[in-house]
Design a protein around this ligand. Structure first.
Ligand code: PLP
Length: 361
């Protein structure tokens, strides 16, 4: 990102396939309602678990989109899912606990875990399991784990865990006393994929979600947790002491965002069109080993036939074509030198131009 913005500052035309966030903002209807609130309300602290109106609206959203029945009292509004991770991990685990994460995976998982004195256990996953862990992956570990983080769809791979495997993982974790943390931040952005929520099962799992991706609200820093009964008091105390409350204006913005679902669905339709442009064009540009892009706005490419240094490859692509792509090292310390993540959160015309430039290399 730094190299791309340096070149952009020098006047080069850069196509951003490296950013992991929507280029769109709050739906118009929500933006209008938020504007009305400013100046009319004090917008002071709220209760630590967030305004009841928003928690009820999230519960209704689960019921209408997935059929899951979720008690609004089990929902905790958080300062992005990033704060949700801290609250979830602090309440569920003790120092020294081992928590399994897929590799490739979202790098903050392992960094947050280690910063809290927990041990991240990297599960090396590949194309044979859609870059996702399975019950077999856990059974093959030489030492048991205390927790497991799943992300379906995943960042950086965009792959989902098929429903049957997801259910098997939930059952395995419940039976073995492994605390499952399901990061569902990319739910809503899927392309005919078989995606399952862990919400509504009423087991020991923690569900993490956010308004950042489907709801297009990254900078508002607002997300939520669904917390099982044994952890609710602990999360409430932690949230009160660490944050007092999530940002009030963002809670209302999130509440009104549910009135703008049509705009959000139009974003998803654009992501789908972008993905189709890339899935057709990337192989023609020499990137032939692509993970199935089931959801999120990412395509993960195995470039082992092109390089053993993905950072150097990304740098030369950027220098030669102005197309910015993320090398895989942050996502996978072991194999990331031979992988790339391509983000298609931008405009469809940019995807077409990126393919034109990549083909001309
Ligand atoms: C898989 C995943 N989880 C969580 C986050 C954190 O998002 P936020 O704190 O904005 O909710 C991200 C951000 O990119 C992500 O990709």
């Amino acid at each position: 990102m730094k190299a791309a913005s340096d070149l952009e500052a020098q006047g080069r035309s850069i196509i951003h396939l490296e950013v992991g966030q929507p280029e769109t903002g709050l739906p118009t209807v929500a933006a209008d309602r938020v504007r009305e609130l400013i100046g009319r309300q004090a917008l002071g602290y709220t209760v630590a678990n967030g305004i009841v109106e928003l928690r009820q609206r999230i519960a209704s959203h689960y019921l209408s989109t997935t059929g899951a029945v979720v008690d609004p009292e089990s929902i905790f509004i958080t300062t992005g899912s990033s704060a949700g991770f801290q609250l979830g991990f602090l309440s569920a685990f003790d120092p020294g606990d081992r928590v399994a994460v897929a590799s490739p995976g979202y790098p903050a998982y392992r960094h947050i875990l280690s910063s809290l004195g927990l041990e991240p256990v990297l599960l090396s996953v590949g194309e044979e399991t859609r870059y996702q862990p399975s019950v077999q992956t856990l059974e093959a570990l030489d030492k048991p784990v205390d927790g497991l983080i799943l992300a379906s769809p995943s960042n950086p791979t965009g792959t989902v865990i098929p429903s049957r495997e997801f259910e098997a993982l939930l059952d395995y974790c419940q039976a073995e006393g492994v605390r499952l943390v399901s990061d569902e931040i990319y739910h809503g952005i899927t392309f005919d994929a078989d995606v399952t929520t862990a919400a509504g099962r009423n087991g020991s799992e923690i569900i993490i979600n956010s308004f950042s991706k489907y709801f297009s609200m990254t900078g508002w820093r607002i997300g939520w947790l669904i917390v099982p009964p044994d952890l609710q008091r602990s999360v409430e105390c932690l949230a009160q002491n660490h944050y007092i409350s999530p940002p009030t204006i963002s809670q209302w913005a999130a509440f009104y965002t549910f009135d703008g679902i049509d705009e959000l669905e139009a974003n998803v339709a654009r992501y789908r069109a972008n993905r189709d442009v890339l899935l057709q064009g990337l192989p023609e540009a020499g990137f032939t080993k692509l993970a199935p892009s089931d959801g999120a706005f990412y395509i993960y490419a195995d470039v082992s036939d092109l390089t053993s240094d993905s950072s150097a490859l990304c740098k030369s692509i950027l220098d030669e074509t102005g197309v910015a792509i993320t090398p895989g090292m942050d996502f996978d310390p072991h194999h990331g030198h031979q992988t790339l993540r391509i983000s298609f959160a931008g405009a469809t015309a940019d995807m077409e131009e990126a393919i034109r430039r990549l083909k001309s290399r």
